[in-house]
Design a protein around this ligand. Structure first.
Ligand code: KG4
Ligand code: ZN
Length: 346
């Protein structure tokens, strides 16, 4: 009986999770796999620079982290002394940003004499699928698409993931953001381009795809093709972008999404996996969501798309990953350092 009580106490612990890998300061609380709070503060300072400035991001994390954590605890209606563990994003991400979250989490854990849980940001994006029903069945393929990554991951279990293909240069989020910048679309480029593209014709212009080996991707070629395409057309007509912005945006978006889907279709066919998930910031893209829905009907895929708030960076996904790590007794150490590059395969 006492052993049983001890087991229940361990399973029902509250875990505080902190995410600070880029420009969102976020804290969440999870209890028995259920998210009780998820506070996200997106830094506005980068807007005037048209992209994330790493030094400013870490300074803003320093300002935000205490109020964000306090808000998460208040929202979950718990006190620090009720916590069973503190989790944080150890990598990949911007070193300065990661340092703020990791130093804060480890200090808090040490002060409260709690274990720490070290979470891989990309694993967390994938495990965001377990926050709410319906959840994918193992094994599933996850197209993980963000500002820094583009990968197809074979997910065998919450703690066993294999990257089977990835970009060899730019991430697709970068391709969205850089294309938006070339078109003069204001920051944040990806979501704005998505919005403008809704009014355009996706078949009006075609941009070339670069053939890559296996399930790998490349997005630097299409970025250069877009640059030359714009330069040539602006030379002929200086108002070209202004007059065709929606069609150009829709065509770029359609080409980027088709590049993503081509490899995903192939991986699904060759590996005989029909459970398909998407994760990461670009999973918020409306055209990608629409096309995946069409693909699910054509290929008998079961497609899993997280809620918008769980696609972009948030601590709820870190909390979900921490929940699995805690169950697996995969605890971290106070002496470990953030890893700006941390592959899922390691
Ligand atoms: O996962 P995330 O929030 O941060 C990283 O870990 O990178 O992803 C951010 C990326 C940015 O490149 C952003 O432009 C892109 O996701 N993104 C979108 C959309 N929403 C966010 N790209 C295209 N369409 C969207 N609706
Ligand atoms: Zn992310």
């Amino acid at each position: 009986m006492p052993i049983f009580i001890l087991f229940i106490c361990q399973m029902s612990g509250y875990i505080l999770a902190i995410e600070s890998s880029c420009d969102d300061t976020s804290a969440a609380v999870i209890h028995n796999g259920k998210i009780l709070a998820n506070i996200v503060v997106t830094q506005q300072i980068h807007e005037q620079y048209g992209g994330v400035v790493p030094e400013l991001a870490s300074r803003d994390h320093q300002k935000n982290i205490v109020p964000v954590v306090m808000q998460a605890l208040n929202h979950a209606n718990i006190q620090k002394k009720q916590l069973a563990a503190v989790a944080y994003t150890k990598g990949p991400g911007l070193l300065g940003s990661l340092l703020v979250g990791s130093c804060f989490a480890k200090s808090l854990a040490q002060a409260l004499e709690l274990p720490v849980l070290e979470v891989n940001h990309m694993q967390a994006h994938i495990l965001a699928h377990f926050i709410e029903e319906p959840v994918p069945k193992f094994p599933f393929l996850c197209l993980t698409v963000s500002g820094g990554h583009t990968q197809i991951v074979k997910v065998n279990s919450p703690v066993d993931m294999e990257v089977i293909g990835e970009t060899q240069d730019d991430a697709v989020g970068e391709a969205f953001d850089k294309s938006a910048k070339l078109l003069g679309i204001q920051y944040p480029g990806g979501p704005m381009l998505d919005r403008i593209a809704k009014m355009g014709n996706p078949n009006r212009f075609v941009f070339p795809d670069v053939e890559m080996k296996g399930y790998n991707y490349s997005f630097s070629g299409i970025k250069t093709a877009i640059l030359y395409f714009l330069q040539q057309n602006i030379q002929k007509d200086p108002t070209f972008v202004e007059n065709n912005l929606a069609d150009i945006s829709a065509s770029i978006q359609s080409c980027l999404v088709e590049i993503l889907l081509k490899k995903l279709r192939r991986a699904s066919r060759e590996l005989h996996v029909n459970e398909i998930a998407i994760a990461g910031g670009v999973a918020a893209n409306s055209w990608l969501r629409l096309k995946l829905d069409e693909e699910s009907k054509k290929n008998s895929w079961s497609v899993y798309i997280p809620k918008l708030e769980y696609c972009t960076d948030n601590a709820a996904m870190v909390a979900m990953a921490a929940h699995f790590l805690y169950d697996n007794k995969s605890f971290g150490t106070l002496s470990s350092s953030p890893l700006p590059r941390w592959s899922l395969n390691c």
